[in-house]
Design a protein around this ligand. Structure first.
Ligand code: HEM
Length: 422
């Protein structure tokens, strides 16, 4: 499958630097401006002069993740009740339901001395949470949807990359793979929607797919339903899994951090875990799953010193801003301590857009509370019980598509720590 593979040197995702240095081009051939300054990011994410643009829609469909304007507003209005902003714990029960399945797979690996596929297992977990909490249906803990979903993610990542980064070309064989992945995904989305339509899933809570099906069936908008399911899958399954995956790799490479995390979890199994949150934030800083956000100028505008014409594309380069040496001391070091509360209270970013893994402005991530619960609960369970080592014969690598993720073949070995469990 066509996807950019990148060596990770220390924490540095080498290919990001190379892609940025070579530059990117929009569909009309005009150069894309990378925004690497927190102030410029704020302008692009908040100004009405920018919207998500046609490029994103052409490969991702017109669902909530890629649309804008009146269409996006209508879809957000339909989906928002399934993510009530004043109830951050709304999906907590879906997460606690799925965690034991994740743990049992790691425990089985530890016992049998097998390694686990980082991407495969983390996506298996986040897919179960998503299907239950957002699509209103259950999947078993050893479900087989992972391959279809990952192939689909890789294929849209490949199409996007080949459009904007001139170094890549899609050959006939790859296009056939992209088509096959899209067909398999179409089948899965059809199945998912049919199950939800005919479901006797009894829950006192609304789920996003239930809301979507009700609103769009009334308009006979089957395509709209598909766009939303694909949007929610891309937004909700791969992002959190990638953070969890990179975090496990960081723990494997920094055993002292794993030990400190384990101590904190065992000492206060149900209490606050400031160090755990710091480890999550540091992972999101170094490896933001949404490593750039595309925006298109709706009219001419100047940003920084650069004049843009209508239809020009900018990439809000989260991955670069998160390592800006003017903001971050030793930007490439994995140092969770930088996020710990200080004598003056909780950690505060020097600029609202110095650290923004969940985006900002009107498109601020709708699933951020769900994501944080998934990360906190899974890490508490995994790091409280196991330690990890990277499988020695596999190079630690990343892949770059719509999202930044650990390479699919990266595996870790899992060891029971023994002693008390949280
Ligand atoms: C670590 C995990 C996650 C990260 C880093 C993340 C990051 C982001 C970012 C940066 C955006 C803004 C995109 C833009 O401005 O174009 C976004 C939007 C979105 N996210 Fe997340 N996300 C995560 C998890 C989730 C989860 C679990 C869901 C649940 C379904 C979700 C659903 C969405 C949706 C629907 C949008 C579009 C919101 C809109 O435009 O109205 N995300 N996310």
């Amino acid at each position: 499958m066509l996807i950019f593979r990148s060596e990770i040197r220390g924490t540095r995702v080498v290919e990001i630097d190379e892609l940025v240095a070579r530059g990117a081009r929009g569909p009309a051939g005009r150069p894309v401006l990378f925004l690497r300054d927190a102030g410029e990011a704020e302008v692009a994410l908040h100004s009405p002069v920018f919207d998500r643009g046609r490029l994103a829609r052409s490969f991702g469909g017109n669902g909530i993740l890629f649309s804008d304007g009146a269409h996006w507003k209508e879809r957000r209005r339909i989906i928002q009740p399934a993510f009530p902003p004043r109830e951050p714990d709304f999906h907590l029960q879906d997460v606690t339901w799925a965690v034991p399945g994740l743990v049992s797979r790691f425990a089985a690996a530890a016992e049998s001395d097998e390694s686990v596929g980082v991407v495969e297992e983390t996506v298996r977990f986040t897919t179960r949470v998503l299907y239950r909490g957002v699509f209103g249906q259950d999947l078993p803990s050893d479900h087989d949807r992972v391959g279809v979903i990952l192939d689909f993610f890789d294929s849209i990542g490949g199409v996007l990359s080949s459009t904007i980064f001139p170094r890549l070309r899609l050959d006939g064989r790859t296009m056939a793979e992209v088509r096959r992945a899209a067909e398999a995904m179409e089948e899965e989305v059809n199945r998912l929607v049919e199950v939800r339509r005919n479901s006797d899933f009894t829950s006192d809570r609304v789920d996003a797919l239930g809301e979507i099906v009700e609103a769009l069936d009334a308009k006979d908008d089957v395509r709209g339903i598909h766009d939303e399911v694909r949007s929610l899958l891309v937004a909700g399954a791969e992002t959190t899994s990638n953070t969890l995956g990179f975090l496990l790799l960081m723990l494997a490479g920094h055993p002292e951090v794993g030990d400190r995390l384990h101590e904190e979890i065992v000492a206060a199994p149900d209490g606050d875990s400031p160090f755990m949150d710091a480890v999550i934030f540091e992972t999101l800083r170094l490896f933001p799953p949404v490593w750039f956000q595309t925006r298109e100028a709706l009219e001419s505008i100047e940003i920084g010193e650069t004049p843009l014409e209508k239809d020009d594309l900018v990439f809000v380069a989260t991955a670069l801003i998160h390592r800006d040496p003017a903001i971050w001391e030793e930007p490439d070091a994995f140092r969770p301590e930088r996020f710990l509360p200080g004598p003056d209270g909780p950690w505060r970013p020097p600029h609202r857009y110095a650290f923004f893994p969940f985006g900002g402005g009107r498109h601020l991530c709708i699933g951020r509370h769900l994501a944080m619960h998934e990360l906190q609960r899974s890490i508490r369970a995994l790091a409280g019980r196991f330690r990890f080592e990277i499988e020695s014969d596999v190079e630690v690598a990343a892949e770059l598509g719509v999202v930044l993720k650990p390479a699919r073949d990266v595996r870790v070995r899992v060891f029971e720590r023994g002693g008390d469990r949280p």
